[in-house]
Write a protein that binds this ligand. Sequence first.
Ligand code: DC
Length: 221
Amino acid sequence: MAFIVGIDGPAGSGKGTVTKRVANKLVLINIDTGSTYRCVALEVLNRNINIDDIEKIIEVAKNIKIDIKPLPEGDKIFLNGKEVTKEIRSKEVTTIVSPISSIKEVRLAMVELQRKMAKGKNVIMEGRDICTYVFPNADVKIYLDASIEERAKRRFKENQEKGIEMSYEEVYESIRKRDENDKTKEIGALKPAEDSIIVDTTNLTIDEVVEKIIEIIKRKM
Ligand code: DC
């Protein structure tokens, strides 16, 4: 039987790193749903589509082919057959992904895809609306949070390690804008489900968060 762990939370809450580690330790398939929206954003850029051309963006979302290959070192993402794991993290994609993910039809197409990806598997799925919308009956529901300053600090460091050029101020402003946009979406807005367990990671190390989450999951397994 399929077992689903949903991890929601804002940018920089530690979702990505923590989910990867928990997936490896508990042998769950890791699905990063943010990367599906990032693929749509990248394809919009690749095709020089204007960000205001909603019809064209919806067409892209409906016809796009996205594959996520979960590997122990992290998901590998393929867009129409080409690997784009690094490209979808660029500043350009990050700038337009939140408004694109606010388009209702884009969300419906991506949610359908995400549900298919998880079908019949034991997964840990991270995103913004996994526990509220994609899998409201998930076996374990967790909401990771942290102060905006701490999240900006983490994302800035992560970008530096990945060679993504953005100043701390740019990262902070990008996160602030995305929070605002993600929390006010018509469907799939970023918020904890009523029965989500909220874990504030501001003063915790990654190891501590991983341990806490494994404990929560094991209680339900
Ligand atoms: O987790 P991330 O930063 O890679 O997500 C990129 C964007 O995608 C984020 O700004 C909001 C959107 N997103 C979403 O709307 N729903 C999800 N389940 C995951 C991401």
